[in-house]
Design a protein around this ligand. Structure first.
Ligand code: SAM
Length: 524
């Protein structure tokens, strides 16, 4: 499974080409703003380094979203670096650089001082030595005031499933066949343990849903998560100590909702958590309160504090957009500890309508008489709640829109062209959000057809179904050709009536004139 150049990391199968929205510098800056800490400005040239960038999808997409900034990504796996470089070349990106270097080898690379360093799915999957190389890299390369994003498997959420990780790794190592076959073999053994009422499974009921979840997961992902030679899950206090060696202090979670105890910590525990003044202890106790399994943290090198009045001013002027189609915007959100959070429709209806038409700031929303009477404080509180629940997203400032539009359009053209490939890309780039937007493969083919002036249904049938892929409905494959066509027609209507306007509001596919992609015309 391992090759000797990989230092224990799996190389037999390439990692999946992923993108995570929280890797966006605008997200880092927003987390810092919520934490009352100054971030490097993202509306001016900046430098961003992604450690262990995999196929470089995120590095490339974010480079397209920030043409004035310079992006770097390193990975030990040459195949990953090649696909990162190929995507950059096809998208015409000149502000992104991929380095085929291990974390140890980065010590000798010449680089400018860095404003942002990110690592997703890295820190808990590598050796102690490699973590030290990373901390050393941060200590030497990050500018004072720079931010670091680190995600990792966390305790105590992994305390019981960690035992499954070991059993998968031990059984897969001794099995034969491809990585996929060895993973199946391990899953089979876990299943037998469960059905045979192994005592460990009996006393830990959390394992049944966990195993069900594993069975539904991508096998490549499972291989990288469970078979890497150096698997860990960390307590927050331990990572805080290691980051401290690079002079970093914890700012908070990159997920806005996790910055608010009232939306994450069970009510009876909030006072206990709030009362702990030692930060490392508070984070650890809080992780027990929320059963943290994955931490996605922002650290800063030096805490330049922001005055709450300045924070309020910046929150008011931050451009915001819907994060979903208008029809999917609700007034009720389920919270992790079982409670429901309700927002007031008298505020959200005009907010959702206004943002569906065009992204704008809270200050701008206050110009609407219906919202003006709500008052700035109540509206701002609601907007922060909507961001935290994911209904609304934070955008880049409007000044760079024109430049971002050019580079994201070129990037999106490549994504749409690749919609017909065996592994279609899953994200488009928005010049307004300066972030990725999820793309279903079928919608990618619709976009491709519209661009080429083809009948979207026929084009999608030809490119999707003819490739042996099956259309799914409610989790089941559709076998009948007529039913598949009806399903495609229904999906195209949703694409045309809901998705396209939502995308166009955030600057995606604005070159498509909607009348030309009319489903009635397309069907005829
Ligand atoms: C789980 S993947 C995560 C990839 C990407 N960050 C993501 O989240 O999609 C871990 C990545 O780290 C790379 N890697 C592992 N050990 C490394 C090392 N010592 N130096 C550089 N890259 C390494 C692997 O090749 C792989 O692409």
């Amino acid at each position: 499974v391992y090759s000797n150049w990989s230092d224990g990391y799996i190389t037999e199968i390439e990692y999946t080409a992923n993108f995570y929205r929280e890797l966006a510098p605008t997200h880092f800056a927003f987390a810092a703003l919520l934490g009352l800490v100054e971030a490097p400005p993202t509306d001016r040239p900046f430098t961003y380094f992604e450690l262990g960038c995999g196929h470089g999808v995120a590095t490339n997409l974010l480079a397209a979203c920030h043409p004035d900034a310079t992006f770097y990504g390193n990975d030990i796996n040459p195949s990953h670096i090649l696909s990162g470089r190929q995507l950059a070349a096809e998208a015409g990106l000149s502000n992104v650089h991929f380095l085929e270097k291990s974390f140890a080898e980065l010590a000798d690379v010449t680089l400018p001082p860095l404003d942002f360093i990110s690592m997703h799915g890295i820190y808990a999957l590598i050796s102690d030595d490699n973590r030290r190389f990373i901390v050393d890299f941060i200590r030497r390369r990050l500018r004072p005031g720079g931010l670091v994003y680190v995600s990792y498997n966390a305790m105590p959420g992994w305390s019981v499933p960690a035992a499954l990780q070991r059993l998968v790794a031990e059984t897969a190592e001794r099995a034969t066949g491809t990585v996929g076959q060895r993973i199946e073999h391990s899953l089979g053994i876990l299943e037998r343990m469960l059905t045979g009422q192994a005592r460990f499974f009996a006393v830990n009921p959390v394992l049944k849903p966990w195993l069900d979840g594993m069975k539904g997961q991508d096998r490549t992902y499972l291989a990288h998560e469970y078979l890497c030679g150096n698997w860990h899950a960390f307590y927050a206090a331990d990572v805080m100590r290691e980051m401290g060696e690079a002079k970093l202090s914890l700012v908070g979670s990159v997920l806005p909702i996790e910055m608010f105890d009232d939306m994450t910590v069970p009510p009876d525990l909030r006072e206990l958590v709030r009362g702990i003044t030692d930060r490392a202890l508070r984070e650890t106790v809080r992780d027990f309160a929320i059963n943290a399994q994955l931490r996605r943290d922002i650290y800063a090198r030096g805490l330049a504090r922001i005055d709450p009045a300045v924070q309020r001013e910046r929150l008011l002027t931050l451009r915001l957009a819907l994060n979903r189609t208008r029809e999917l915007c609700t007034n009720e959100f389920n919270l992790a500890f079982g409670a429901t959070l309700n927002v007031e429709p008298e505020i959200t209806t005009p907010v959702y309508d206004a943002l569906a038409a065009q992204p704008r700031s809270t200050l701008n929303l206050l110009a609407d008489p219906a919202l003006a009477k709500i008052g700035a404080e109540r509206l701002l509180r609601t907007m922060i709640t909507l961001i935290a629940t994911g209904a609304v997203q934070v955008c880049a400032s409007p000044e760079g829109d024109a430049a971002r539009r050019r580079t994201t359009e070129a990037f999106n053209r490549v994504v749409i062209e690749r919609a017909q490939s065996a592994r279609p890309p899953r994200y488009l780039a928005s010049p307004i959000a300066a972030n990725g937007v999820p793309l279903d493969p079928i919608d990618g083919l619709f976009l491709d057809a519209c661009r080429k002036g083809r009948d979207p249904i026929g084009h999608t049938e030809e490119r999707f179904l003819a490739m042996g892929r099956q259309l799914m409905k409610e989790g089941k494959p559709i076998a009948d050709a007529e039913e598949a066509r009806r399903e495609l027609e229904a999906r195209y209507r949703t694409f045309y009536e809901r998705l396209l306007p939502a995308w166009q509001a955030i600057g995606i596919a604005t070159d498509l004139v909607r009348a030309e992609t009319n489903p009635v015309r397309a069907a005829g």
